[in-house]
Design a protein around this ligand. Structure first.
Ligand code: GAP
Length: 469
């Protein structure tokens, strides 16, 4: 388990997982780039989600909708008018905070509460002398005010003409595109209710405070699934999806005691039920939201139907009933999952060869599955054989060829990026140890560090059996 967020951020940068964006210009707040191993890990997490949410199901279809949508869609959804957070500033040092987070620190649940409630609670703390700036300790803090999270842009109009009337928005959540493509999906693919539409894509939010590495960023990726159903089916399907999502975490190695459900007491006015999956982040010292599973009623389709004038109701042939489908959603941030898997995998341990840092990822998520080494880089016969083994495997998996430093150093490097297996071609492989070990390689297991001799002819099948997700 990592001792601190700084330790994890350090490893993520040093080993090419995550970089702060625009670093040569001094950085760009709450925006991050994913390096080579980062993008491999992120893609594997995305694929693991897609596999369970779409590939292995008969009732979920895929979508990749655009980031830009008709601005009216965000009016209809309520985002333009009320997708905001309560902001509070320190007049002394100019630091900015979320007022609901400050109240949370005093045990007051201010989630989705009106400004009046938040300011009344802040006043009580102020009067008691308890309200202080977390940055400078000063007591001169502003009232809370609403801060819109919507990120504006312009399309087809010069920037200087950017005004409320012609502003367009970078989507704050990916599900908006799903609602707008509900009708086309129905018309093209004719699914019967209940069914879902899933998509993975970028979302943008002008977060007031975003100081938690990739946990909360202004540009991030969401993986969302909207499940359309008859309201009578909501209760059963909701429980089914909660169980499905819970199992997904366990399937990818998360220990059950590291996750829990958080039930929302204060719901959005259209929601009937809302639970979050929370993960116990060692780097934050506690549980934090990773994913939401929400029953949203018929709010979304009703609103889009009202604002667009297009009928989005569904006719059930069997019951001869016409109704607006209700929606159950699962919504998870890819960056938050990335941080969760990194936090969970990070291990420091003492070994006979000294201390090591190892990322014990589930094999399906590991960025690189196998590393192949020649025992020595200056022996052409070893190099030739090792390259042969490497080339035979790389068509199937992400495989690395590494001949830098000695084998011990290569193991440490691969441990730090979480490679499940390291394969070494040595003199025995070349037949120098006798017929028994000729054409065999040493395979070292990342977690147990045990080594096994495997025939090259059987290597791919041997690895496949152990890497299978
Ligand atoms: N469509 C519902 C929706 O967007 P949300 O609770 O606002 O609900 C869903 O977001 C998930 O998206 C969160 O549980 C989190 O994993 C991720 N997420 C939201 N805001 C984020 C941010 N600023 N940075 C990273 N991930 C974020």
């Amino acid at each position: 388990m990592p001792a601190s967020i700084e330790q994890l951020v350090g490893l993520a940068k040093r080993r090419g997982f995550v970089f702060p964006s625009s670093e040569i210009y001094g950085g760009f707040s709450a925006i991050y780039d994913y390096g080579h191993y980062g993008v491999l890990l992120k893609n594997n997490i995305r694929d693991a989600w897609w596999k369970h949410m779409v590939q292995l199901r008969e009732d979920v279809l895929g979508l990749d909708s655009a980031i830009f949508m008709h601005p009216m869609a965000w009016k209809a959804s309520g985002h333009v008018d009320s997708f905001d957070d309560p902001q509070i500033d320190c007049r002394t040092c100019k630091a900015r905070f979320r007022a609901d987070h400050i109240l949370e620190g005093f045990g007051v649940n201010a989630d989705k509460q009106p400004l009046e409630f938040i300011n009344a609670e802040l006043d009580t703390l102020r009067a008691a002398g308890k309200l202080k700036c977390a940055n400078c300790g000063g007591k001169d803090l502003t009232e809370a005010k609403r801060f819109s999270l919507m990120v504006k842009s312009n399309l087809g109009s010069p920037t200087d003409a950017l005004s409320e009337e012609n502003a367009v928005y970078l989507r704050p959540e990916t599900c908006g595109g799903i609602y707008l493509e509900y009708k086309n999906t129905m018309d093209a693919l004719h699914p019967k209710l209940p069914f879902g539409i899933a998509q993975v894509g970028k979302a943008f939010r002008n977060e007031i405070v975003a100081r938690q590495f990739i946990f909360r960023t202004r540009e991030f990726e969401q993986m969302e699934m909207q499940y359309f159903l008859h309201p009578d089916d909501m209760k059963a399907k909701y429980e089914e999806w909660k169980a499905t999502r819970w199992q997904w975490y366990l399937d990818y190695g998360i220990r059950p005691e590291k996750i829990r459900w958080y039930k929302h007491e204060k719901l959005a006015h259209y929601a009937s039920e809302a639970y979050d999956v929370e993960y116990d982040y060692a780097v934050f010292g506690g549980f934090k939201e990773v994913e939401g599973v929400h029953a949203r009623g018929d709010w979304d389709l009703t609103q889009h139907s009202k604002f667009s004038g297009v009928d989005l109701s569904y006719f059930d042939d069997a019951t001869k009933q016409r109704f607006v489908p209700h929606i159950m959603e699962t919504s998870v941030g890819l960056g938050r999952l990335f941080l969760m898997f990194l936090d969970h995998a990070y291990t420091e341990e003492e070994t006979e060869g000294g201390a090591r840092t190892v990322l014990k990822f589930h094999p399906a998520l590991a960025p690189v599955k196998v590393a192949v080494f020649p025992l020595l880089r200056n022996k052409p016969a070893l190099v030739e054989k090792a390259k042969e083994v490497y080339k035979a495997l790389r068509g199937r998996w992400m495989v690395e060829y590494d001949d830098n430093g000695n084998v011990g150093k290569r193991y440490r490097r691969q441990d730090e990026i979480g490679t499940p297996f390291c394969v070494t071609v040595d003199f025995d492989t070349l037949g120098e140890g006798g017929a028994e070990t000729a054409d065999t390689v040493t395979v070292r297991d990342r977690d147990s560090m045990k080594q096994e001799r495997v025939k090259i002819a059987e290597l791919e099948a041997w690895l496949a059996a152990r890497l299978a997700a």
